[in-house]
Write a protein that binds this ligand. Structure first.
Ligand SMILES: [Zn+2]
Length: 221
């Protein structure tokens, strides 16, 4: 819906993106202009809106940053890398969390990874495409993956509940989470995944997974 407030906001964002890009050196300006954009948007704002990541500045996630190299990495629902942002250096890195074969394309996730196929596709369509990764292209594989990811989301909810204060409950949840994360090749969930989508939930998932990981570590020692 395009109401007056939305129109003003779009105008402001368009003007801000022009100003920001206008201050960049020519080589950087060229890299921005070469980025992909969703159709129907202003030339610069379109590139910004399509490629920018949500970033944290002094604990406030209401900021966005453009990282041309990272933005070129395609999405996969079982990515080989996760992104790590440094609020101190204002940099974004792609970190591999498994071995990557020579010549294999790097991938990151544009969506929170504990979502099921349909919900991931809904978010992905924001970028104007349907995900055709190996997982999404195989109905049997995506059905079993959906069950696992639904359970991962359930564990995150349970781990945030009052019962998770009991050590045995947390230990059981940790063990189950560890198995599901391994089965789904979602080790990147334990990384510092931050996207423009739903920061508080991603942050919450991250802290719960940190807690679960700490618990698993504690049990092994
Ligand atoms: Zn996919």
């Amino acid at each position: 819906m395009h109401d007056a407030a939305e129109g003003i906001r779009t105008k402001q964002l368009t003007s801000m993106s022009r100003k920001s890009v206008g201050r960049l050196p020519d080589t950087q300006k060229k890299r921005v202009s070469e980025m992909a954009s969703m159709p129907g948007l202003d030339f610069l704002w379109g590139r910004f809106d399509t490629n920018a990541f949500g970033v944290d500045l002094a604990g406030n996630y209401d900021h966005r940053g453009l990282f041309p190299e990272i933005a070129r990495i395609n999405h996969d629902c079982r990515p080989s890398c996760y992104t790590r942002y440094s609020s101190r250096l204002l940099t974004m890195e792609a970190i591999a969390y498994r071995d990557i074969k020579q010549g294999e394309e790097l991938s990151i996730a544009y969506t929170p990874l504990n979502l099921q196929t349909e919900d991931r596709q809904d978010i992905i369509q924001r970028w104007g495409f349907n995900c055709t990764c190996q997982l999404c292209s195989d109905p049997a594989l995506s059905a079993s993956s959906d069950r696992n990811r639904q359970r991962i989301a359930g564990i995150i909810t349970e781990a945030n509940g009052p019962q998770s204060r009991e050590r045995e409950v947390l230990a059981r949840l940790s063990e189950e989470m560890k198995e599901l994360v391994e089965a789904e090749e979602l080790e990147s969930l334990a990384g510092t995944y931050v996207s423009g989508v739903d920061h508080p939930r991603v942050e919450k998932a991250r802290s719960v997974i940190g807690k679960l990981k700490a618990s698993i570590k504690g049990r092994k020692e």
